[in-house]
Design a protein around this ligand. Structure first.
Ligand code: ATP
Ligand code: MG
Length: 450
């Protein structure tokens, strides 16, 4: 990388001149800066590939504090920095290396040593960038596709894009398998915190007595079983995102402990009196009806208010008919690759059956159904038989045999309750006339709005 740009940061004009000559003759581009303000501005604007930073500015020739302060300001730029220190100030050099500098050179410098160090650092910086690009490629390759074409998903998509980059707490609601966990991942990936970790905590899976230790960590000896220090989830997720899955199953007795850290942003590691500050973005998910739990006094209202700054409700798959075929196709590709088969196509009647199914297990159920179908299919077409999903025939089998009159009464009661007692609505669902329904309501003594 010989056409690299190097920032020479030194307050001594003679030194800048000498370095400029040396580096230009080696084919490098140079820019110069003479004080801390100039250094940060030039580094930010010109984005040099490397910085040579003098540590002994005239205002403060001995301690090098000013140099260390500049180093700290430059750190977020991720540019390799080689320190130039006065001969004998090895202490300062070490401190600088600890703060992220990549190498140091003693003044007066040995030309060859200096040039070698520059070359080496530029090489490894390029390599690092390549690795970073590679890692990103890997992560996008591994990230699961997010399909959302259905009308019921469009408003959600718009909201997700809007709120993901903010730090707003998000509560994701939806039936089992509707994509709550995947959406949490997606929000994290679209956020400013994407380079920091996303830490998931399944609230239903933590034993009550380990709850605090799990979330806040503990010090060795904090309680009988605490044999080692333990880092809590809040700390693991520092600067990143914390995902509380199945938040609805958090026992009432533990809710105040969570509430406190959400209200104050502060917590203590068990066994330590030092207060820690939480820096996490919170996403939670549940398939429970939290408002209902609040009414039943099983979930604290104040905790709910902390979690539900933004609420996203994922629709069940049966309300995302347009997404069924694309989702099924993406699962066919996935499982065909997994089982090393050529991807078969869904037959027209198979697609029809997929669209008629009720999908109580939503997208997860669809994924299982397709996995099985891929395994069962050896031709180039997936037939309805390979789907093995409950057809209407099985639904008929599920009906309990009972006197016709009892079944009739139950059906009418159900229709009336779904329609909030509106006779004309219920009559439509049952496909009988309003008068026919009135007669039966009187007969079975079912109340209705008149
Ligand atoms: N929009 C989507 N596009 C593609 N695949 C999806 C989508 N949403 C969910 N999936 C897939 O469906 C499956 C279930 O999703 P996920 O685990 O996120 O659901 P969930 O709502 O968290 O379920 P649970 O309630 O059981 O926790 C996963 O395999 C996931 O990758
Ligand atoms: Mg989940």
């Amino acid at each position: 990388m010989s056409n690299a740009t190097i920032l020479i940061a030194d307050d001594d004009e003679d030194i800048r001149l000498a370095l400029n000559l040396l580096l230009s003759s080696e084919g490098y581009q140079t820019v110069e800066a003479s004080n801390s303000k100039e250094i940060t501005i030039t580094a930010n604007n010109q984005k040099p590939d490397l910085i040579l930073l003098d540590m002994n500015f005239s205002r403060d020739t001995t301690s090098g504090q000013e140099g260390l302060a500049i180093l700290e300001q430059l750190a977020p730029l991720n540019i390799p920095i080689i320190l130039m220190t006065a001969w004998g100030s090895i202490e300062l050099a070490v401190q600088g290396l600890r703060q992220g500098a990549v190498d140091f050179i003693e003044k007066p410098w040995n030309k060859l040593k200096l040039l070698n160090s520059i070359k080496q650092q530029l090489n490894s910086a390029t390599l690092n960038q390549q690795n970073q690009g590679y890692r990103q490629l890997l992560s996008t390759e591994h990230s699961k596709p997010w399909l959302a074409q259905a009308k019921s998903m469009q408003a959600i998509e718009a909201i997700v894009e809007q709120i993901a980059p903010t730090d707003a707490n998000v509560l994701i609601l939806g039936e089992n398998g509707t994509g709550k966990s995947l959406l949490a991942e997606r929000i994290h990936q679209l956020s400013q915190r994407k380079h920091a970790p996303l830490i998931s905590v399944n609230m239903a899976a933590i034993p009550d007595n380990l709850f605090e230790s799990e979330l806040f960590g503990h010090q060795k000896g904090a309680f009988t079983d605490a044999k080692q220090n333990r880092v809590g989830r809040f700390q693991l997720a520092d600067k990143g995102t914390l995902f509380f899955d199945e938040i609805g199953s958090l026992p009432l007795s533990l809710q105040p402990k969570l509430l406190r850290v959400l209200e104050t942003g502060q917590y203590e590691v068990l066994g330590s009196s030092q207060t820690q500050t939480a820096n996490v973005r919170l996403i939670s998910a549940t398939n429970a009806d939290l408002n209902n739990l609040v009414q039943e006094q099983a979930f604290r209202q104040d905790l709910l208010y902390r979690l539900n700054t933004m609420v996203i409700t994922l629709p069940p798959l049966r309300e995302r008919l347009e997404d069924i075929e694309p989702l099924a196709n993406s699962f066919i590709d996935k499982f065909s690759a997994k089982y090393q088969k050529t991807a078969a196509k869904l037959s027209e009647s198979a697609i029809k059956q997929l669209k008629q199914h009720q999908w109580p297990g939503n997208i997860r159920e669809l994924s299982h159904v397709i996995e099985r179908a891929v395994l069962l299919t050896s031709s180039d077409e997936i037939s309805p038989q390979a789907l093995l999903i409950e057809s209407n025939q099985n639904q008929v089998n599920a009906v309990t045999l009972q006197p016709l009159e009892v079944a009739e009464q139950q059906l009418i009661e159900k229709a009336m309750s779904v329609c909030n007692g509106q006779v004309s609505e219920a009559a439509k669902i049952l496909e009988i006339s309003r008068n026919a329904l009135y007669r039966r309501l009187e007969k079975f003594n079912i109340s209705y709005e008149s």
